[in-house]
Design a protein around this ligand. Structure first.
Ligand SMILES: NC(=O)c1ccc[n+]([C@@H]2O[C@H](COP(=O)([O-])OP(=O)(O)OC[C@H]3O[C@@H](n4cnc5c(N)ncnc54)[C@H](O)[C@@H]3O)[C@@H](O)[C@H]2O)c1
Length: 138
């Protein structure tokens, strides 16, 4: 299994959960050590033989295609997440959240990956007057 953005908050917790609850998964954590990353989140996994870390950028298609060779499952947590920063400088958000997600979809198709799970956020919908958004919101 490839997990992207696994040095961040949610991705690292997902990796811990999968490594400890499932013995039949090997996990490759792909992260470019960006703004939200903290290598200490997965520090204790360094010696686990079902875990490895690869530094890389999902906005780089050549890299993404290489890393997805023989992958069965991809879970994408890699994103620029501090939304207020996108107002001052949107370019890194486009690179990771749009181009990076597209690269994963394209490479997953070309590599015949069985399943790609893309993690996102209801923040993409903007503000709501009452209640909360769900996956069917438009
Ligand atoms: N934190 C929350 O409460 C929350 C809630 C709902 C949804 N989400 C969503 O979950 C996902 C992960 O959120 P998080 O809070 O763990 O974020 P985070 O900022 O803690 O971690 C994101 C990770 O992605 C990596 N990354 C970013 N761009 C990359 C790239 N181009 N290539 C490789 N790695 C890259 C960063 O280095 C970082 O380690 C996001 O899509 C976010 O919107 C988070």
């Amino acid at each position: 299994m490839i997990v992207t953005g696994g040095l961040g908050f949610i991705g690292s917790n997902f990796i811990h959960h999968m490594i400890h609850s499932r013995r039949d998964f090997r996990i490759t954590n792909v992260d470019f050590k960006g703004f939200g990353s903290n290598p200490a989140n997965v520090g204790e996994l360094k010696r686990n033989n079902r875990y490895r870390f690869v530094e890389g950028d999902i906005a780089d298609y050549t890299f993404v295609r290489k890393i997805l060779k023989n992958a069965r499952i991809v879970v994408n947590f890699a994103a620029e997440t501090h939304v207020d920063r996108s107002i001052a400088n949107p370019a890194p958000f486009f690179e990771s959240n749009t181009k990076g997600a597209f690269n994963l979809l394209r490479a997953a198709y070309e590599r015949n990956v069985d399943k790609l799970v893309h993690i996102s956020t209801d923040e993409i919908y903007g503000a709501i007057d009452s209640g909360s958004f769900d996956e069917r919101s438009q």
